[in-house]
Design a protein around this ligand. Structure first.
Ligand code: PLP
Length: 238
């Protein structure tokens, strides 16, 4: 076990991730700053989030609504941007509509309709990415690619929601070629939907995590979601 002095600080880890993003943008011939970083803070305490915020990070991703709401309330004064990226049960939709800025894991129309009704009128619309299950992984949520257009059309016109793009989580292949192939298919679906929907704000392809962000940026991701690379290994309660 390394002692705590030799563990990288959150600020140092963030700087490293930002450098990886910048290098990947350059390698792909993409404009500097064209890929946003979402810091995935699930299982880490509010103190870790405020440390990252002090190092300039604004957007944070959370999977568990209860845990997230406590942090959002504790850190209200920092003006952070909160993204819900985990599977959402309908009984939790009110809390998401009230507390979050983004929901990236939308894949059910009844939940979209609830969120639309529950979004407070004095808040900006909830920013939405549809989660697609591009490779058919059996254990994860998400729309089948062939359902995505019809679903997007239904979500597009709901008040209180603004549809921004897609989110995907490939299976952990361990083979970069396979990951790359799924990322390419997701990018193709993103472009196809963008052309059909003709929405000016269709601008977000949320793809890539700590282990594969370079592959995702090479393929056209506009937002990478990094947890482990910033905050370290997660330990889940038993
Ligand atoms: C936990 C999680 C991440 C972060 O994964 P890391 O491998 O720790 O970077 C990204 N996206 C989603 C949807 C997650 O649930």
């Amino acid at each position: 076990m390394p002692d705590s002095d030799s563990l990288p600080s959150i600020a140092a880890a963030l700087a490293q991730v930002r450098q990886r993003i910048a290098d990947a943008e350059q390698a792909a011939g993409r404009a500097p700053g064209s890929v946003r970083l979402l810091a995935v803070s699930k299982t880490f305490p509010a103190e870790a989030v405020s440390e990252a915020a002090a190092a300039g990070q604004i957007a944070f991703g959370e999977n568990y609504v209860q845990e997230a709401v406590a942090k959002i309330e504790a850190l209200q004064s920092l003006g952070l941007e909160w993204h819900c990226i985990g599977p959402l049960q309908s009984r939790k939709s009110g809390q998401v509509a009230t507390h979050f800025d983004w929901l990236q894991s939308l894949d059910r129309l009844d939940i979209a309709q609830r969120l639309s009704r529950q979004r407070p009128a004095d808040k900006a619309p909830l920013q939405i990415c549809l989660q697609v299950n591009m490779d058919g992984g059996a254990t994860k949520s998400g729309l089948a690619p062939e359902q995505a257009l019809e679903f997007a059309r239904a979500v597009r016109d709901l008040p209180g929601l603004q549809l921004r793009g897609l989110m995907s989580i490939p299976e952990p292949y361990g083979d970069p070629q396979q990951t790359l192939q799924v990322h390419r298919q997701t990018k193709a679906l993103f472009d196809e939907l963008g052309a059909s929907l003709a929405l000016p704000q269709w601008d977000t392809l949320s793809m890539g995590m700590s282990g594969d962000l370079e592959l995702a940026i090479a393929t056209g991701s506009t937002m990478v979601r990094a947890g482990t690379a910033i905050f370290g290994q997660r330990s889940y309660p038993a």
